[in-house]
Design a protein around this ligand. Structure first.
Ligand code: GLP
Length: 257
């Protein structure tokens, strides 16, 4: 894992945007994996700035989002399909039809999940996958106790995740969906590069487990230790429980981007 402990969201945004800019300038038809949630927003905002400054284009690119709530009305702003367009893809030059999301309202959800997994494969696989992490250690919506090799599937959200996300639903837990569709951990691990972002104290324990804990379905993000090209972008608070933080800082300073 390449671990960057950075001073603020501006620095996180720059490192993430550097990786995306480098990818699309080298490979304009690249496939970007997009995460929703608040963590990646500094990266998207910096990429939007660079796009407006003519430094990067997504006109030939494709995108796949990670996950979706089940059963939200089509126009709901928290439907991840809508969120990612508003926060990122509509503000750059991605072709709308090339921004793919798992279908949370399909009649046959299991079939829709299998189709989504296959669509990622058929497209050639994700080049760079942006990720956040839940305070319970989930990535995408892969909650504790699931298979570390899972494919895109229907899941049940933990009480903790629903409570964490209630802030997006008028602080009303009853409005937060109970089910989701999500890329599986096995699906996510096939992306050629993973870039996970975490900020704040409430992510510190999940980050500690992800980086320094034993690989376990109890902390799903620990599977990233098995990925050959995983980048972890943290602020000081999210990194505050790491035992080897001084060493990670030294390695980061001595490595070239
Ligand atoms: C959400 C999403 C994840 C996201 C995570 C953290 O529930 N399904 O994809 O990474 O939880 O969210 P946030 O970045 O808002 O803290």
């Amino acid at each position: 894992m390449r671990i960057a402990i950075l001073p603020d969201n501006e620095a996180i945004g720059k490192v993430g945007a550097d990786l995306i800019e480098e990818l699309f300038n080298r490979k304009p038809e690249a496939i970007l994996g997009l995460a929703t949630g608040s963590s990646p927003l500094p990266i998207y905002q910096e990429v939007i700035r660079r796009h407006r400054g003519g430094k990067v284009s997504f006109a030939k690119g494709r995108a796949f989002t990670l996950d979706e709530y089940v059963g939200l009305p089509v126009e709901h702003p928290q439907r991840y399909r809508n969120f990612i367009r508003q926060e990122f893809t509509d503000q750059v030059d991605f072709r709308d039809e090339e921004v793919n999301s798992p279908e949370g309202n399909a009649e046959d959800l299991a079939q829709a999940c299998a189709d989504y997994d296959q669509a990622i494969k058929d497209a050639g696989g994700v080049d760079l996958q942006i990720l956040g992490i839940g305070s319970d250690g989930h990535i995408a919506f892969n909650e504790p106790g699931g298979s570390l090799a899972s494919r895109t599937h229907v899941g049940v959200l933990t009480e903790q995740t629903r409570t964490d996300n209630a802030r997006f639903f008028d602080d009303d837990l009853n409005q937060v969906p109970t089910h989701c569709v999500t890329q599986g951990l096995g699906t996510i691990m096939e992306a050629r590069r993973l870039v996970l972002v975490a900020q704040g104290d409430n992510k510190a324990e999940a980050v500690r487990q992800m980086v320094e804990g034993a690989i376990s379905a109890h902390w799903p993000a620990t599977i990233m230790q098995m990925h050959p090209d995983a980048w972890i972008l943290l602020d000081e608070q999210a990194a505050s429980k790491l035992k080897l933080s001084d060493y990670y800082r030294e390695v980061w300073e001595k490595s070239n981007l």
